[in-house]
Design a protein. Structure first.
Ligand SMILES: Nc1nc2c([nH]c(=O)n2[C@H]2C[C@H](O)[C@@H](COP(=O)(O)OP(=O)(O)OP(=O)(O)O)O2)c(=O)[nH]1
Ligand SMILES: [Mg+2]
Length: 138
């Protein structure tokens, strides 16, 4: 369920922290639409009756054509955009099968954690990227 904070409703959104060989998977949002051209940890809005884990599996299938398993909770961030407030929930995910195919993003990349600061992330992601650099950035 989305959480109501006073009159504000937080839209719950999942984000995947997917690592391979010390690099993390990030994706660039489309050049048009919300947060155009910003980098993000891919995922999406949690639908009614869905757990965050189920949401991430669905989103990674819909957006990259891959199957993942979802591991530990990594961290969260609340951000108030003009288009609404979001509660971003990040989980470690593991690739299981399928070839990466960007179906809704303009681009994706595997980047060394220490280089995350060079990318223009969606504002809600910045605390998560910073946490990742602190935990894994070496
Ligand atoms: N997936 C994702 N969304 C993010 C991140 N950071 C961030 O601010 N957002 C915002 C953008 C949107 O306001 C909201 C939902 O993201 P989304 O556009 O991926 O939602 P979705 O996949 O369910 O797509 P749609 O059905 O709305 O088209 O969360 C992030 O790291 N990952
Ligand atoms: Mg999405």
């Amino acid at each position: 369920m989305n959480r109501k904070v006073g009159v504000i409703v937080l839209q719950r959104v999942t984000a995947a922290i997917l690592m391979r060989d010390g690099k993390v998977f990030i994706a660039k949002r489309k050049a048009n639409g919300l947060l155009a051209g910003k980098w993000e940890f891919p995922g999406g809005k949690i639908e009614k009756g869905e757990s965050p884990e189920e949401c991430l599996k669905r989103e990674m299938r819909e957006e990259f054509h891959i199957e993942v398993s979802v591991g530990a909770f990594f961290g969260e961030s609340i951000y108030h955009y003009e288009h609404g407030a979001i509660h971003l929930l990040a989980y470690y995910v593991q690739w299981e099968k399928g070839e990466f195919r960007p179906l809704v993003h303009d681009e994706f990349k595997w980047v060394p954690v220490a280089e995350l600061k060079e990318y223009g992330f969606a504002p809600a992601d910045i605390p998560l990227a910073e946490k990742l650099m602190k935990v894994l950035g070496g």
